[in-house]
Write a protein that binds this ligand. Structure first.
Ligand code: NAD
Length: 288
């Protein structure tokens, strides 16, 4: 595969994803220079001080004018406005991609760019941490990246974005924005919703009685690690994918009700069938 290279990459939002992207690009020598922009300037400045980016700026128009590739890695609800601003100043050949966890803005934002500069993407890699200090160069290694092209996306720019994420170690898959959001609502957004809800449901006991904290062992810790994730990031994800997440919540409520019914009826057969069915899905032995 021909090596991918950009003279100058710009990153809008240099947090966990943005700084990991910068470190991975540097490690693979895919750019001469990386510039960073963030709204308050604090995280981009921090990323500069940590040596993650080469320059921090507070002028989005300048970033649009001067970079060959731009990654937008800010909370999902802020992305459309940033893309709008970038589209006003961008060079025809510049490529814009993003790391947003919801993709339903892709269709409307696609048409902001007269040269079809924007190709939406979602690297399915992350941790519960945030900010530039949390970034590391191997974050994307071996994980999947969903790219959401539209029928009239620029094929050359799409190829470049695909090669870029592949160069960073990712397995690229293509989905429509709608497919992406339905899949993610079920396998990513809903697990976070359940983890936040579980912690919320025990929070009073947890604080009142030290036995709860002392015995919150493996199961609780494994299951709730993701409930430490960033508040703004997850509020934006839930709000922007509310329709799909609400559908998943409905499915979850109905399966929890089934377990509840089994308990109310003290019905061993029903409870065993419920647990077996869930277990068989993961073991690949569930009959369709
Ligand atoms: P983060 O909180 O670590 O970083 C977000 C950065 O965006 C911060 O530096 C913040 O200062 C900056 N920012 C916020 N609003 C801005 C604005 N209006 N203009 C410019 N900068 C702004 O978050 P993150 O984990 O890096 O997530 C970034 C994006 O990547 C989100 O869209 C998220 O949904 C997505 N994502 C996150 C993960 C994960 O596990 N953390 C995984 C895949 C995708």
């Amino acid at each position: 595969m021909k090596k991918i290279f950009f003279k100058r990459i710009g990153i809008v939002g240099v947090g966990l994803i943005g700084s990991s992207f910068a470190l991975a690009v540097k490690e693979r020598k895919c750019a001469d220079e990386i510039w960073g922009y963030s709204l308050s300037g604090n995280s981009a400045k921090k990323a500069f001080e940590l040596g993650i980016i080469d320059k921090y700026i507070n002028d989005l128009a300048l970033l649009a004018k001067e970079c060959d590739l731009i990654l937008v890695s800010t909370p999902v609800l802020t992305i459309p406005e940033i893309l709008k601003e970038l589209s006003l100043n961008i060079k025809p050949e510049t490529i814009v991609t993003d790391g947003g966890s919801v993709k339903n803005f892709v269709r409307e934002c696609h048409y902001l760019f007269s040269d079809k500069n924007f190709i939406g993407a979602h690297p399915i890699a992350g941790t519960e941490k945030s900010g530039p200090e949390a970034g590391f160069s191997s974050l994307f290694d071996g994980s999947s990246c969903v790219i959401t092209p539209l029928v009239d996306s620029d094929s050359e720019k799409l190829r470049t974005v695909t090669r870029l994420w592949e160069t960073l170690g990712m397995n690229v898959v293509f989905m429509t924005p709608e497919e992406h959001d339905e899949v993610m609502a079920n396998v990513s957004h809903m697990p976070h919703a359940v983890a936040f809800s579980l912690v919320f449901s025990v929070k009073d006991k947890y604080f009142k009685d030290t036995k709860f904290t002392a015995f919150a062992g493996g199961g609780f810790k494994d299951f709730t690690r993701i409930a430490k994730s960033d508040v703004t990031m997850w509020t934006d994800i839930f709000l922007s994918n509310s329709k799909m997440v609400l559908a998943s919540i409905k499915d979850f409520e109905s399966s929890l009700s089934r377990l509840k019914r089994g308990l109310e009826d003290y019905n061993r057969t029903e409870i065993e069938a419920f647990i077996s069915s869930a277990r068989n899905v993961l073991l690949g032995t569930e009959k369709k």
